[in-house]
Write a protein that binds this ligand. Structure first.
Ligand SMILES: Nc1ncnc2c1ncn2[C@@H]1O[C@H](COP(=O)(O)OP(=O)(O)OP(=O)(O)O)[C@@H](O)[C@H]1O
Ligand SMILES: [Mg+2]
Length: 274
C-alpha cells in the first residue's frame, strides 16, 4: 500500500486581477521524496510556493498537509505545522549574525505557537547549530548576515528553514547565481537534508541540479503542469523542449542520459530562460 501523500494541491488557482498565475494546478507530494519543479519565467512556480506556505491565500482549490486543509492559513501557522521554505531572493535578518538568524527560526518554528517573548534556551540553540551543521555552516557563526557571500546567504536560508523542524521544505531556486562547484556542494546539502527524513520540493532553472536530485519532475507553464514524470525523460518531451529547454540544453541532457547511466555529475545544462 502506498503511504498517504504529505502535501496535496487540488485544482489550486491564484489570480492577480485577470492573470491566473497558478491555474487549476494539482499535485501530490509523497512523504520523503525529492520533487523538482521547473518551467519558464512567470510559469507560476514561486506563486505556487507562496500559496502553499501562506504568503498569499489561494483564489480557489484545496491545499492539504497530512490530509488537513491549510489553504488560506497564515504563514506562521503553516510553518508551525511543519512546512518551511526558502526564497528566490535572499531573505535574512541582515543585521543579525548567522547564528542569531537561525536561532530566531528555531525559536519560532514548529511547536512554539503561542509562546510569548523571545528567549534562546539550550534546546533552541542546539536545534540552530544542528541545522547549520547540516548545511555545512560551522565557522564564523558570529558574522553579520548582510556581509555574507551569495553561497553562504543561500545556505543560511536553508539552515533557517531546517531549524523550524519541518516535515517538508520548499526550496525556491537554491542555486541560482552559484558557480558549478558551489552547485555541486548544494546538491550534497539537499541530499543530506533528505536523508534526515525531510520531504523536499525544489524549484530550479539549473537543470543539472534539478535532474540530479529529483526523483520526479514537474515542468510548469502558464500556471499548469506541462510535464510530470521521471527526470530521465524530461528532455524527450517536445512541449518541454519548445516552451522551456530549447534545443541546446535538450541535446546536452540527452547525451548525458545516454552515456552516463548513473553516477557522474550532470553537464551544465541550464535552461535558457533562467
Ligand atoms: N504579487 C503579484 N501581483 C501581480 N502579479 C504577480 C504577483 N506575483 C507574481 N505575479 C505574476 O504571476 C506570474 C507568475 O509569477 P511567478 O513569480 O510565480 O513565476 P515563476 O515561475 O516563479 O518565475 P521565475 O522563474 O522567473 O521565478 C508572473 O506573470 C508574475 O508577473
Ligand atoms: Mg520564481
Amino acid at each position: 500500500m502506498t503511504a498517504a501523500p504529505i502535501l496535496v494541491c487540488e485544482r489550486v488557482s491564484k489570480h492577480f486581477g485577470s492573470l491566473a498565475a497558478v491555474d487549476g494546478f494539482s499535485m501530490a507530494v509523497r512523504r520523503g521524496e525529492i520533487l523538482g519543479i521547473g518551467g519558464p519565467n512567470g510559469a507560476g512556480k514561486t506563486t505556487l510556493f507562496d500559496v502553499v506556505t501562506g504568503v498569499t491565500p489561494p483564489t480557489s482549490g484545496r491545499i492539504l498537509l497530512n490530509g488537513r486543509e491549510i489553504g488560506g492559513l497564515g504563514a506562521d501557522r503553516i510553518c508551525q505545522m511543519g512546512v518551511a521554505r526558502t526564497f528566490q531572493l535572499n531573505a535574512a535578518f541582515d543585521s543579525l549574525t548567522i547564528l542569531q538568524n537561525v536561532e530566531v527560526a528555531a525559536y519560532y518554528g514548529r511547536g512554539r505557537r503561542g509562546t510569548p517573548g523571545f528567549f534562546v534556551g539550550r534546546e533552541t540553540r542546539a536545534r540552530a547549530l544542528e541545522a547549520l551543521e547540516t548545511v555545512g555552516l560551522t565557522r564564523g557563526l558570529d558574522r553579520i548576515a548582510r556581509d555574507l557571500p551569495v553561497l553562504e546567504r543561500k545556505l543560511l536560508m536553508i539552515a533557517g528553514a531546517l531549524a523550524t523542524d519541518p516535515e517538508i521544505v520548499l526550496l525556491d531556486e537554491p542555486v541560482g547565481g552559484l558557480s558549478p562547484s558551489e552547485i555541486d556542494g548544494v546538491v550534497g546539502v539537499v541530499r543530506r537534508l533528505a536523508e534526515t527524513g525531510v520531504t523536499v520540493v525544489l524549484i530550479e532553472h539549473v537543470m543539472r541540479f534539478l535532474l540530479a536530485l529529483s526523483e520526479r519532475v514537474i515542468i510548469m507553464h502558464q500556471g499548469r503542469t506541462l510535464y510530470e514524470g521521471a527526470p530521465e525523460t524530461v528532455a524527450d518531451d517536445p512541449r518541454v523542449i519548445e516552451t522551456y529547454l530549447g534545443e541546446g540544453a535538450t541535446k546536452r541532457l540527452k547525451t548525458y542520459f545516454a552515456e552516463h547511466a548513473d553516477a557522474a555529475p550532470l553537464p551544465h545544462a541550464e535552461a535558457p530562460h533562467a
